[in-house]
Design a protein around this ligand. Structure first.
Ligand code: AMP
Length: 191
């Protein structure tokens, strides 16, 4: 079972690469950003709370997102193949909770793939996406905060997975196809 994490700064291509990985490896895609946006569009209590954080580019509280992810893992329709986590974990506390929740389900992560993209490129990709995404957080002010939050809260997750020997960094610059090829080479070595 291939359970993996696609990781990197906002705009690094996690969502785009996830689609290609899902097609090739038949994994269940779990994007915490998508799960939160669906709570917001259904106007649930969780969605109303989450929107306040997302609009500012801040992280929603760990306990809240951990519970949402746990439910999504347990309710995934296809339990035969693995999962690809996109946007989770974003803090070391979430990483600890993830490893624990997978262990309790006789699952474990195989690898975290970190897509490296330079800051200038990230900002231009997010601004370009903002022209059509309709996302409340794809504007310059929020993007800047998301990148700062990424560095202060999320980058330490790399070290956590390095210590578990499950960390692989990949050059996330280039065409979608080039980056996907780099990912498949890494996955070939860990599956
Ligand atoms: P994304 O679609 O992954 O860029 O996520 C959009 C926003 O949702 C983030 O900027 C956060 O506000 C929130 N979010 C998504 N995943 C998480 C997470 N694992 N922990 C905390 N907040 C999250």
């Amino acid at each position: 079972m291939l359970n993996m994490i696609i990781f990197g700064a906002p705009g690094c291509g996690k969502g785009t690469q996830s689609k290609l990985i899902v097609d090739k490896y038949k994994l269940t895609h779990l994007s915490t950003g998508d799960l939160l946006r669906s709570e917001i569009s259904s106007n649930t209590e969780l969605g109303v709370i989450a929107e306040k954080y997302i609009t500012k580019g801040n992280l929603v509280p760990d306990e809240m997102i951990i519970e949402i992810l746990k439910k999504a893992i347990d309710n995934r329709p296809d339990k035969s193949n693995g999962i690809i986590l996109d946007g989770f974990p974003r803090t070391v506390a979430q990483a600890v909770a993830l490893e624990e929740m997978l262990k309790n389900r006789d699952m474990s992560t195989v690898v975290l793939i970190d897509l490296h993209v330079d800051n200038h490129e990230l900002i231009s990709r997010l601004l370009y996406r903002g022209e059509t995404s309709g996302r409340c957080d794809d504007n310059l002010e929020t993007i800047k905060n998301r990148l700062e939050v990424y560095i202060s809260n999320t980058v330490p997750v790399c070290n956590f997975y390095q210590n578990l020997n499950k960390y692989k960094a990949i050059d996330g610059m280039g065409t979608i196809e080039e980056i996907f090829n780099r990912i498949t080479l890494v996955l070939a070595r860990c599956t």
